[in-house]
Write a protein that binds this ligand. Structure first.
Ligand code: 5GP
Ligand code: ZN
Length: 114
């Protein structure tokens, strides 16, 4: 997708700190971290919002959670706890319209998130 930040990062056109690069999914450090660990786990396929996910995407979306587990365990977050969150739509705080899952950890988390 042209003019998409995360498609451009995936294609190496815009730099980012990649922490994982798999067949269908990659992960980067968030440029404006909201916690000591703040990673973005991103499917390589361009989907604008969670509402575009179809049955054919479910294997890829499932793999996001196994990648999240691996990244969390590498950072010892399995012991302290972590949060995986995805914002759907501007009203929920989505600002980049290529779906991504935030992996947050390394500090106490509040609920509700606001
Ligand atoms: P959203 O608000 O859509 O749920 O999350 C978008 C996230 O992307 C934000 O946490 C924001 O800090 C992050 N972000 C925006 N631009 C860039 C960028 O150029 N590089 C990286 N690594 N993260 C970005
Ligand atoms: Zn994209």
């Amino acid at each position: 997708m042209e003019n998409c930040l995360f498609c451009k990062i995936n294609q190496g056109e815009i730099p980012a700190e990649k922490v994982y690069d798999g067949e269908n999914v990659f992960a980067i450090k968030d440029i404006n971290p909201q916690a000591p660990v703040h990673l973005l786990i991103i499917p390589k396929k361009h989907l604008s919002t969670l509402l575009e996910i179809e049955a054919a995407d479910c294997e890829t979306i499932g793999s996001i959670f196994s990648v999240a587990n691996d990244l969390a365990k590498e950072r010892k977050l399995d012991e302290s706890g972590f949060r995986v969150v995805a914002n759907c739509g501007a009203g929920a705080g989505q600002s980049v319209f290529h779906i991504h899952y935030h992996l947050l950890g390394g500090r106490a988390m509040q609920w509700p998130p606001g």
